[in-house]
Design a protein around this ligand. Structure first.
Ligand code: SF4
Length: 434
């Protein structure tokens, strides 16, 4: 989502007359878009700004904007602690960026813009052309969260659940497709909680997927990140009714133990999670899954951890994120006593070893097969191309040509490692002749 936001922030600055540069010392305005989910995120912002200060020691100071969830969480404090920062702008206030830049251009005054104006934000953003031109592009359709998992800061930094208008989303998709997008990933903190109401009509994520399916030049549809509680029947049915929706789902479970799920306030049980997986596999037997795991959550026992391990073995996740629990200030879980750190580390190693072995085994099994790969770009300074399989595995492709970018090609898989596959494009006869 921050990648999408960064692009939209750039579009807003472009509206104000700025252009993008990759030469840091040329910048008149430096935007640091931040994420608050990892530990020590705030301190990292201050050290980045410190580095920037050193670089510009003998030059005119650029305008420095801190955007994203760290800006939201820290707001006024950042301006007080680091005078080099000119403005802090929360994720629901990006609609003000053009105005803030114009004010900062004129006079030096610190600006704190961290109010929650999500409706106004998307009104503004929808009116500005999305200049993104990647083969695989993102669209934020939903923001915020009402779930209040006991460990998470998102409901406090991104605010309550909000869904954008389907008309704006479809228009943005058409615009991205005309820019060259062949794959669109719909984004939201709780993307499958998407629920837009107009009068008596309700529009859900399945409505958007079915509409995107009809857009001619679009080849692939994905969405992330989902909550198990919102895997509704209509959404599951999309896997039956659509061809472009990819057979891969990132569905965070966090733990395989009912006790821990309850303590986390996840609002679903282990069995409910497994029932979703079963329903999806019934419709698409080739479906693959990935997940997020928190290891060593307060109160997690050896038995609870064993339940996570057995769930991983049962679902065979092909790619997952796993972290040791770390408290976030202000969350209910931060007030509970932590599991011993040595135990946490041991459990993380056990889990990550298992996840890695599953991934390696799956990638190994792909060798010798022909896979359909969407070619995204050529790798810098190399005669190979980059693409992804339907289950999002990165693939390095030999023998592809520049005209393959944006197309789905058949690749014979010849090599693999933990994270990726490699292979050779299968040459189709008339192409050989050309
Ligand atoms: S559902 Fe996701 S975003 Fe919402 S509180 Fe839980 S972990 Fe955070």
């Amino acid at each position: 989502m921050n990648e999408y936001d960064s692009n939209r922030i750039a579009d807003l600055a472009i509206e104000q007359g700025y252009i993008l540069t990759d030469k840091i010392l040329d910048t008149d305005c430096y935007v640091l878009n931040t994420c608050h989910i990892r530990e020590k995120a705030t301190e990292k912002v201050y050290s980045d700004v410190g580095r920037l200060k050193k670089k510009f020691r003998n030059k005119k100071k650029p305008i420095v904007l801190i955007t994203g969830c760290v800006a939201q969480a820290e707001n006024e404090n950042m301006l007080k602690r680091e005078p080099y920062i000119d403005a802090v702008i929360g994720p629901q206030s990006y609609q003000h960026i053009s105005k803030i830049l114009s004010e900062l251009d004129k006079r030096k005054k610190k600006i704190n813009s961290t109010e929650f104006d999500v409706i106004e934000k998307f009104d503004k953003i929808s009116k500005i052309k999305n200049t993104e031109s990647k083969v695989s592009s993102f669209i934020t359709i939903q923001e915020g969260c009402d779930k209040f998992c006991n460990f998470c800061v998102v409901p406090y930094t991104r605010g309550p659940e909000f869904s954008r208008s389907p008309v704006d989303i479809i228009n943005e998709a058409k615009n991205l497709i005309s820019n060259g997008a062949k794959e669109i990933t719909l984004l939201g903190q709780n993307v499958n909680a998407y629920n837009y109401t107009k009068g008596k009509e309700k529009f859900k994520l399945s409505y958007l997927i079915n509409n995107l399916e009809g857009l001619e030049r679009l080849k692939r549809i994905r969405y992330t990140t989902s909550h198990p509680k919102d895997m509704s029947k209509d959404l599951i049915n999309c896997y039956r009714n659509t061809k472009k929706l990819m057979p891969f789902l990132h569905l965070p479970v966090q733990s395989g133990s009912n006790n821990v799920l309850k303590n986390m306030n996840r609002k679903h049980s282990r069995d409910e999670y497994l029932a979703i997986i079963k329903d999806l596999l019934k419709i698409r037997p080739n479906m693959k899954f990935s997940s997020d795991f928190i290891v060593g959550y307060p109160g997690e026992t050896d038995k609870d951890f064993e339940d996570t391990i057995s769930l991983v073995k049962e679902v065979n996740f092909i790619n997952s994120y796993s972290f040791i629990y770390s408290p976030r200030p202000g969350t209910p879980a931060s007030k509970i006593e932590n599991v011993n750190n040595t135990i946490q580390k041991k459990r993380l190693i056990t889990l990550q070893t298992l996840l890695k072995n599953i991934q390696i085994k799956k990638n190994h099994n792909e060798v010798g097969k022909f896979k359909e790969i969407l070619v995204e770009n050529k790798l810098k300074n190399q005669e190979v191309y980059f693409g992804r399989s339907s289950d999002l595995t990165p693939v390095i492709i030999k023998e592809a040509k520049s005209f393959d970018i944006g197309n789905i090609v058949k690749v014979k898989i010849e090599g693999f490692n933990h994270h990726s596959l490699s292979g050779t494009k299968k040459i189709i006869k008339n192409e050989e002749a050309a």
